[in-house]
Design a protein around this ligand. Structure first.
Ligand code: PRP
Ligand code: URA
Length: 208
């Protein structure tokens, strides 16, 4: 199982709050956005830099700036939307694509209903985001779709994963690095992550 666990104390603390069944929609959204931002901070740790000359009030110095790497953020609808703002606050120049998938409740298989991506998807480093990596079917389908459109450089960032989901992504897409805040115990008979946080989309949007 190949996965990077981003378990900074602030993320662990906020994740415990977000798991709590008493956490309401407003707080859930805020926490998800904050955790996404903290995770993105880690995920972008190795972004390339280049040198530039900056004039301070005192002198001129050689400083570093991002070397213009093109980033794309791709939320898997719906629940991935809850992570977008946290990331684009850190990387405001990122383009945002959308992949619409829902998981059929009977078969647990993903069904595609929407796809809109930046034109130059083949030149971008893409961060696919979804709070939940359960069976892994939705993430694998989203990555299949992105690769079919030409994407070459993809990372997957989820909040909570089941071992089954990580293994499925690893086996279908060994080139995709998977980042999560926690790997939980298992999936229940309905395909929900245990202990998990319930249905992420419903908790973000207040639906049931
Ligand atoms: C949830 C979640 C993932 C998927 C994970 O979405 O946000 O996309 O299930 O399950 P999997 O790994 O077994 O595919 P859901 O299908 O409930 O749609 P929603 O985001 O619109 O609520
Ligand atoms: N989708 C969710 O929203 N939660 C789970 O636990 C599994 C799939």
């Amino acid at each position: 199982m190949q996965v990077k666990i981003i378990d900074h104390p602030l993320i662990q603390h906020k994740l415990s709050l977000i798991r709590d069944v008493r956490t309401g929609t407003k707080e859930f959204r805020e926490l998800l956005e904050e955790i996404a931002m903290l995770m993105a901070f880690e995920l972008t740790r190795n972004m390339p830099l280049e040198e530039t000359q900056v004039e301070t009030p005192l002198t001129t110095c050689t400083c570093k700036v991002l070397s213009g790497k093109k980033i794309g953020v791709v939320p898997i609808l719906r629940a991935g939307l809850g992570m977008v703002n946290g990331i684009i606050k850190l990387i405001p120049a990122a383009k945002v694509g959308h992949v619409g998938l829902y998981r059929d409740h009977e078969t647990l298989k993903p069904v595609e209903y929407y796809c809109k991506l930046p034109k130059d998807v083949d030149e971008r480093e893409l961060i696919v985001i979804d709070p939940m990596l359960a069976t892994g079917g939705s993430s694998v389908a989203a990555i299949d779709l992105l690769k079919a459109k030409g994407a070459k450089n993809i990372k997957l960032m989820c909040l909570v994963a089941a071992p089954e989901g990580i293994n499925l992504v690893n086996s279908h897409h060994p080139d995709v690095e998977v980042y999560v805040a926690a790997v939980d115990s298992h999936l229940n008979e309905h395909g929900y992550i245990v202990p998990g946080l319930g249905d992420a989309g419903d908790r973000i949007f207040g639906t049931k």
